[in-house]
Design a protein around this ligand. Structure first.
Ligand SMILES: Cc1cc2nc3c(=O)[nH]c(=O)nc-3n(C[C@H](O)[C@H](O)[C@H](O)COP(=O)(O)O)c2cc1C
Length: 442
């Protein structure tokens, strides 16, 4: 029996259209109403997952180059506010962690601290936040917000994020835990001496505080952050409890762990409290023949037309307009590798290709997964082997990177959960209703 590892579910579409372009879309579920989300929450809790993590991008995630493919595929939007979904998910579940995404490049830290504190006081220790940074410096996204006038490079983006999360945490601590006395005799609800301004003055923000929200009676929300870069991993090591990304090879997983450990020590934090996760999108098939059939389909124009729009939006170029049987134009490869926002994604996208400059797009597209099924195609037993292999490289957990449409949810969990449980990889029960305690449980 193998040791258990942690599991999460990352909804790549966020609170947006679920399962568009899938054969199962005519199920007719309304993505903009709570029912399908409540159902997904219950299923993930029954499966013993640690958390459901909702991606977010508050703007129509497209440029002039990708607006057409981005909206046709619903990859660029519409997308609703994930924070509003959290109370429904908390109501529908009891133990599952619910992690909502907030972008430090766009959201005001004072508002973010108050919103998350409000959600945390609904059902306490199950709420977490995922702090993301993309968009910093992409005009079409930033101009909607009173974001910084000049585009931010990778270092300033994280510098701004450092200030942002520091402000949020200090606001959460700006009320003493015993500031609220509710003294009926003296008719005092809260002691003014127990509430403190934070007087934060930085390069990017000036925030006097305090917050108007109640203090936490525990360590407060789990903080997650996705990153594949050394600067991003330093951000995680200094401020977060969970790191995740698309790296599944042993060498990169070890490098990530070393970065987190070194960064945590430098920040006087206990590195063993930081969990790192690898995002995968396995395709479960019933047989070798079904696998070969699926891999053949992945090279088809139909599959590429369906699956390249997401990458097109992230990489800011409509890949469906390119010749699938020719290599990706060099100027495009150069633009991608020099652009910070997509560095991590490009690394994962091209990592499986020997020579991207000569490999036809069809080959690259057929292997790329990024939010769609396919980085590992196999029977449930074969995928469990793959998960054990990743776990043995030192990652603390696996995040299934899918939307919550029925095909993704049931198509993945129904065959896999029994195998993962039989092997002892997936918990059979929770130690508590605290996401932090469940993540610390093993
Ligand atoms: C697995 C993963 C999930 C991400 N999710 C989001 C998201 O929900 N919203 C967003 O704006 N950016 C998202 N990002 C972008 C990151 O916040 C960050 O901007 C990007 O990865 C570049 O930073 P890096 O070079 O440190 O990886 C995600 C990145 C990764 C790797």
């Amino acid at each position: 029996m193998t040791d258990p590892i942690h599991f999460g579910w990352f909804v790549g579409q966020g609170f947006g259209v679920q399962g568009w372009r899938k054969d199962s879309y005519p199920w007719g579920y309304k993505w903009y109403q709570p029912a399908i989300w409540e159902q997904a929450g219950r299923v993930l809790e029954q499966a013993g997952f640690d958390f459901l993590l909702l991606k977010d991008g508050p703007t129509v995630h497209a440029s002039e180059r990708t607006a057409k493919v981005g909206l046709a595929s619903a990859e660029a939007g519409p997308r609703h506010e994930t924070q509003f979904l959290v109370p429904y998910l908390l109501n529908a579940t009891e133990r599952l962690g619910i992690v909502t995404t907030i972008n430090s490049s766009h959201y005001d830290p004072f508002i973010a601290a108050r919103n998350i504190s409000t959600l945390y006081h609904f059902d306490g220790p199950r709420v977490g936040i995922n702090v993301v940074t993309s968009g910093g410096g992409v005009p079409i996204r930033d101009s909607n917000f009173q974001a910084p006038s000049a585009p931010l490079g990778p270092e300033s983006t994280y510098e701004r994020a450092d200030e942002w999360i520091t402000i949020v945490k200090r606001l959460w601590e700006s009320w003493d835990r015993d500031a609220v006395v509710e003294d009926d005799v003296s008719r005092v609800y809260a002691r003014w001496e127990g509430i403190h301004p934070i007087d934060f003055h930085g390069k990017h923000f000036d925030v006097p505080g305090p917050t108007s929200a109640l203090p936490f009676q525990d360590e407060g929300p789990i903080i997650a952050a996705p990153s594949n870069s050394s600067r991003g991993l330093r951000f995680v090591a200094e401020h977060a409890d969970v790191q995740f990304g698309y790296s599944t090879d042993a060498e990169t997983i070890t490098w990530i762990r070393d970065q987190l450990d070194a960064g945590a020590h430098a920040a006087h934090r206990d590195p063993s409290k930081i969990r790192s996760f690898a995002n995968i999108s396995p395709k479960v098939v019933g047989s070798k023949a079904e696998k070969e059939e699926y891999l053949r389909w992945r090279r088809s124009d139909e599959s590429l037309d369906r699956n390249l729009p997401l990458l097109s939006v992230i990489l800011d170029h409509d890949l469906t307009t390119l010749d699938y049987d020719a290599p990706i134009p060099n100027d495009l490869l150069e633009r991608w590798t020099s652009n910070p926002v997509s560095a991590g994604v490009v690394h994962a996208f091209l990592a499986t290709i020997d020579d991207p400059a000569t490999t036809p797009l069809r080959e690259i597209g057929a292997r790329s997964t990024h939010g769609q099924s396919g980085d590992i195609v196999g029977t449930a037993e074969e995928i469990a082997d793959y998960i054990e292999e990743i776990a043995s490289s030192g990652t603390g957990g696996i995040i299934f990177d899918f939307n919550v449409d029925p095909e993704s949810l049931y198509g993945t969990l129904v065959p896999l959960v029994p195998v993962l449980r039989r092997r002892g990889l997936l918990r059979t029960d929770y130690v508590s209703n605290s996401l932090r305690e469940n993540l610390a449980g093993f």
